[in-house]
Design a protein around this ligand. Structure first.
Ligand code: PBG
Length: 338
């Protein structure tokens, strides 16, 4: 007979004894309303094109969106985020600001089918430019060429103007929230200013405030057909090694009028997510990206992990770290599992 004095009177295991008591003391609870489901909308008709590296995820044509939107809304998921794959790409990414472009068409189709489903429009140019970069590139002979800047440099301010223009077009089509993801300096202010000037004061801005130059976006670039044709995105996306810079980026977006901040990717960056949530009194979103989804599926397909258990554990960890909402390809599965 032994340890009494030093043994703590409180025994944490008392509160783990049964499923009922564990449920009662659970601190973080996932619900379908936590999720935002990404949709890839492609040109063409009556097609569902599966993405090999993202099991269960597919590009859908606009005519397939009504059923999809009703299914998502029926699961209690409040919002979708849209990525467009246009029929033709060009140097300026003009499909993004064409009122008849792929995303404006998609927004209208979703709003017709499921008016209460929130539509977030991913605001970036990489899916629409022929070079695959997130804005206008500095090249001799092309618009906005600036000899003082390096060739191939992504031109910040001319890109801002197009982001503003495209945001108005998406808001006009019915987007509730514009989500700039290109990591241009000043993108939130440019979009806020453009929306306000055009009368869309009510459209919110969810900023990809802290977006790292991550290898985990690999499968997405298959899905969105958007890999850069030269170079990479490290001149505008953040270095994975940096944390102070994340807080700086987020504070700029707050000052520029962001309504919601996002951190991306999610699971490898929980420290950043927690720091951003702590530092700013704004709703904070986390994006569980394509590579995070693909890893879990690949391991599960080999019988190495239990998909449902590990997906829900990951989503719980992301929420526990501070996410008020999670963009995730697991949204529909998780809503069914919960
Ligand atoms: C840019 C954008 C990307 C993702 C979301 N928005 C790709 C990139 O920055 O290269 C990645 C999302 C994912 O990997 O799931 N429009």
């Amino acid at each position: 007979m032994t340890v009494t004095a030093a043994f703590p009177a409180f025994r944490p295991r008392r509160l783990r004894l049964t499923a009922g008591i564990r449920r009662m003391v659970q601190e973080t609870t996932l619900r379908p309303a936590d999720f935002i489901y990404p949709l890839f909308v492609r040109h063409g008709r009556d097609q569902r094109v599966p993405i090999k590296s993202m099991p269960g995820v597919a590009q859908l044509t606009v005519d397939r969106l009504a059923d999809e939107a009703r299914e998502i809304a029926g699961l209690g998921i409040p919002a979708v985020i849209l990525f467009g794959i246009p029929a033709a790409k060009d140097a300026m990414g003009s499909d993004n600001y064409n009122p008849a472009g792929i995303v404006p068409q998609a927004i209208r189709a979703i709003k017709d089918a499921a008016p209460d489903l929130l539509v977030i429009s991913d605001m970036c140019f990489c899916e629409y430019t022929d070079h695959g970069h997130c804005g206008i590139i500095n090249l001799p002979g092309q618009a906005h060429y600036t000899p003082a800047l390096p060739e191939g440099y992504l031109l910040n301010d001319p890109t801002l103007e197009l982001l503003g223009r495209a945001s108005i077009v998406h808001a006009q089509a019915g987007a509730d929230i514009i989500a700039p993801s290109g990591m241009m300096d000043g993108m939130v202010a440019a979009i806020r200013g453009a929306l306000d000037a055009a009368g869309y004061q009510h459209a919110a801005v969810m900023s990809y405030a802290v977006k790292y130059a991550s290898g985990f976006y690999g499968p997405f670039r298959d899905a969105a057909e958007s890999p850069p044709r030269f170079g990479d995105r490290s001149q505008y996306q953040m270095d994975p090694a940096n944390r102070r810079e994340a807080l700086k980026e987020a504070s700029l977006d707050v000052a520029e009028g962001a309504d919601i901040l996002m951190v991306k990717p999610a699971l490898p960056y929980l420290d950043i997510l927690a720091a951003v949530r702590e530092a700013f009194n704004l709703p904070t979103a986390a994006y569980q990206v394509s590579g995070e989804y693909a890893m879990l599926h690949a391991a599960a397909a080999n019988g190495w992990l239990d998909l449902r258990r590990c997906a829900l554990e990951s989503l719980t960890a992301i929420k526990r770290a501070g996410a008020d909402m999670i963009l995730t390809y697991f949204a529909k599965d998780a809503a069914r599992w919960l």
